[in-house]
Design a protein around this ligand. Sequence first.
Ligand code: ZN
Length: 213
Amino acid sequence: MPAGHAEGYEEALTASMKKGGVPTALMQQILRLSEFHTYPAPGVLIGAFMVDYARELLGVTHDMKLFGVCETPKCLPDALQVIARCTTGNSRLKIVPIGKFAITLNIQTESETADAVRVYVDLEKLKKYPTIDTWYANSPAYDKHTMKNLLMDEIFRAGRHLLSSERVRVQVMKKKKWTSVTCPRCGETVPDYLIEGDHCGACGSMKYYKEIG
Ligand SMILES: [Zn+2]
């Protein structure tokens, strides 16, 4: 959606959520999430239900530290960041770019592995929601100019009914111990485990800018 269309979505969003019977607490979270994402993208809306469902399956109380994995970099990570407070910055969010609309969530543990719940969009259940189904399949039958509101209403009507879950075991993300190393090419420092041979990533494979003076 172009940036100019983003303003003033709250009213339509709230009306659509009320129509779909979204619980008040989740409505508040969806409004915060849409603001964070800058607009109520369908993927973040479905993501809100995914994270909400995963939290319930785990029996999470508000102050628990959670760890999430997101199987796509698109939209869905923001639902984990806002609702589960697993962020890239606090290292409790890992993005594995598999390209599936799925997450895992687990409670903090001292073990090497954690029992997690995986929540995913269930294609069988999706058949009951034709608009979401065409959008999700990236089908040309979905026209965002005319079907956007229909899609939103259907997402809120569906809620978690298009999701399924399974219990899985995941590797726990451990914080790495590190020392600071100075790159001989640029003179800036990086953690030792990020050095590429005798230079930093910016002087090697991760160079993404050119100095322009
Ligand atoms: Zn360097």
